[in-house]
Design a binder for this molecule. Structure first.
Ligand code: GDP
Length: 139
């Protein structure tokens, strides 16, 4: 089934000049970029994005990190895009991520793990709408 998913190159990925590397990997995987922009979230915007994690021990830290510098946010489209992009990213904890994944190759920390990707159809819908309006996503 054709799906859309929300991808982010996180502030560590942008500051380490990994935007092109991440984009070329997902394009090579056959995922199509249908929306893209660079943004810098405020702390409150980062809290809204990660509201599902409110109350967890890492909530303050991850929202500080996500608002610490610019991110590149993208909408990706393709067959089974949500799971395919999750597989390409690798596990949250990069030490447990498979060889060949983006996080295994580039993450430096459980938090500074370079990329984000939606984990379900419901979160994809919420996350795409959090950053993009209908006119900004190519049909
Ligand atoms: P993801 O879907 O693989 O990004 O993982 P989660 O939704 O569980 O967590 C969201 C983000 O919070 C992760 O990508 C990390 O940046 C951060 N994070 C997750 N778990 C931890 C943790 O135990 N400690 C810290 N400091 N950050 C974490």
């Amino acid at each position: 089934m054709k799906q859309r998913t929300l991808a982010i190159v996180k502030p560590d990925g942008v500051s380490r000049n990994l935007v092109g590397t991440v984009l070329s990997r997902l394009e090579a995987e056959g995922l199509r970029i249908v929306a893209m922009k660079m943004i810098r979230m405020t702390k409150d915007q980062a809290k809204g994005f990660y509201k599902i994690h409110e109350g967890k021990p890492f909530f303050e830290s991850v929202t500080d990190f996500m608002s610490s510098g610019p991110c590149v946010v993208l909408v990706l489209e393709g067959e089974d895009a949500i799971q395919r992009y999750r597989t390409l990213m690798g596990a949250t904890d990069y030490t447990k991520a498979e060889e060949g994944t983006i996080r295994r190759a580039f993450a430096t920390d459980i938090e500074k793990n370079v990329v984000h990707g939606s984990d379900s159809k419901e979160t994809a819908r919420f996350e795409i709408g959090y950053f993009f309006n209908a006119l900004e996503v190519m049909g």
